[in-house]
Design a protein around this ligand. Sequence first.
Ligand code: ASP
Length: 436
Amino acid sequence: MTRINRSRRKRTLVHCFVSETGIASFPRKRESSTGVGTANSFKSVLGSRFRGNDIGKGPSAVTPLGGLGIAETMKSVWCPTFDNRIRTLLVVLILASLVATSAFAADKLPNVVVLATGGTIAGAAASDVQAAYTSGQVGVEQLLAAVPQAKKLAVMRGEQISNIGSQDMNDEVWLKLAHRINELTAMPDVDGIVITHGTDTIEESAYFLNLVVRSKKPVVLTAAMRPSTALSADGPLNFYNAVAVAANKDAAGRGVLVVANDWIHGAASLTKTSTTAVQTFLSPLSGLIGTVAYGEAEFYRGPVGRSTADSEFSLDGVAALPRVDIIMAHENMDGKLIEAAVAAGAKGIVIAGVGNGNMTQTALDSLAAQAKKGIVCVRSSRVATGRVGRNVEVNDDKLDLVASDALNPQKARVLLRLALLKHRSLADVQRLFREY
Ligand code: ASP
């Protein structure tokens, strides 16, 4: 090691590391005069090339400024023989490589496209503690700007698909959304999609997309129960977590996902269970796909049923979806609403039955009469959880009815609408309810 005097050291800008694997040089702040400070700056500058534990630790560590020791495997030496031009050149090269490295790191962030549709996550109220508010007031750029932390997770860009409360969700928005997701996910530079949506119908939209999106890339819906202006708004963290999941390679191939309140739900399994609570979504029958806490995701399993790239459904050439109505069963139910639905143009009917998809004998007679005429009739349940099985208390075989299996009425309606895009036997429709 070459000793140099203090005045020379002050002029010296370049500090060379000599290790067994080569030389790494970098500009060094003169003020760094302790081993600890040196180690920290090494860690931040060099990252994994040197292990932090090996730096600034005991006699075998790299020495702090002043060149007071020599590491066994890594020597810190001053290089007084370099002339100024070489030093300057080295500094320029090092700075250029650092800039290139950080640019490369930014390039390596996944690209996530945010498609905004409205909902309470984009809602606003007159004050931060009032229940009354209006959905769909905030645009996608404001949503992105409200969560700058997410920029560390992904390179994001936003598109406004609609700005509506999801109680107003409709086929036009669904078709636009699905077509746009299929376009975007086909692009090699798009790694994942986040969709901001209202909570009211998010389960239907997620399930629809689960059936018609062709890609295994992460497609993640998120929402909020409290408007963006509320005290303790839940939207920002839900959005942050959704971006983290969409940017996560491990999310791929798990079907369309819904991220809310730290939980990752599958599109087929989640349902809204509370009108007002932040913890509104549950996947009661089959459980969660995973969890996500401040962007750290854990995945437990794949999707329930066939989905996305494994789905047989396609929207190619589809301009409109057939009408399917849901009718809720209740005490003293008659068949009038069933008849009215068919008169209004329904090609399919879903009964939100009592218990295991049951209804009064009068309603059942009316339903069976429509089924004999070719209206596809599905028995689901108004009960929050559980399957509806074939031929349990109702003879589906004899009455030409379909049992919804694990799908609640609102998702049974989505599947039936897609099923009715082509002519199918009842056995084939029943197969769909088993497989999706
Ligand atoms: N009505 C709102 C919506 O679905 C509720 C929400 O987003 O939480 O758009």
